[in-house]
Design a protein around this ligand. Structure first.
Ligand SMILES: [Zn+2]
Length: 227
């Protein structure tokens, strides 16, 4: 059995009081037009470092932010790398509230893994304040829940974590600007064996057209031109 993509988004916010876009948390947005300093805190190889920069930079044409990859261990975003297979990021500017000695993002695989590019895109999506698309209020995945719990248990998640990370959709109480997008890089893949009937979503490997539309809403480039 291949290992699932597991990303432990650190979503330290009260979902009932925030405004979401498909599917971002607006109070976790960085100031539009700002420069984010990004450091590597676990001293990855030059090859891995370059691969992360290359993948992360695929977001740049769609946002009005600058990524400044810096030497040393101090930055707004601090990336740890390992090969343990579990990835993490805090959501957007919540990174500024993390102790400076702690990473804000973990990439748990190296550049030789086929899913590496998608993993970096996904974690940087969180760093830009995008949430998990499969938890969108309008997602309609026919989960076979007992199988889902059992499957993720075998991969180290508690049932509470499976609820929070895989199953529990966000409430519809908040504003959603773009519709549910099963092609989003922020969507987990959905195995057919974990659903009722014949339903699956393959692993998304690229930024979707709607991911681009969302980022253009969140960080518009033409703001200063119209002032
Ligand atoms: Zn994630």
């Amino acid at each position: 059995m291949s290992r699932p993509f597991i990303c432990k988004l650190h979503d330290a916010y009260n979902i009932n009081t925030v405004t979401t876009m498909s599917f971002a948390v607006t109070r976790r947005l960085w100031d539009n037009g700002s420069t984010l300093t990004i450091a590597f805190v676990s001293d990855p190889s030059d090859t891995l470092r370059r691969a992360i920069i290359s993948a992360a930079s695929q977001w740049l044409p769609h946002i009005n932010l600058t990524f400044d990859f810096v030497e040393g261990h101090e930055g707004d975003i601090r990336i740890a790398t390992n090969t343990l297979g579990i990835h993490k990021s805090v959501l957007g500017n919540y990174a500024l509230q993390i102790d400076p000695s702690e990473p804000t993002m973990t990439i748990g695989e190296d550049e030789n893994q086929p899913s590496f590019n998608a993993t970096v895109l996904h974690e940087f999506g969180h760093a830009l304040a995008a949430a998990h698309e499969h938890l969108h209020p309008d997602s309609d995945i026919p989960w076979d829940k007992p199988k889902v719990y059992a499957y993720y248990r075998t991969h180290g998640l508690t049932d509470e974590e499976t609820d929070r990370m895989v199953l529990n959709k966000r409430p519809h109480s908040s504003v959603t600007y773009t519709p549910y997008d099963p092609k989003s890089i922020m969507h987990y893949s959905v195995l057919n064996e974990l659903t009722l009937g014949d339903f699956e979503i393959a692993e998304n490997t690229e930024i979707s057209q709607q991911d681009i539309a969302l980022m253009k809403l969140l960080y518009p480039k033409n703001v200063t031109e119209t002032q």
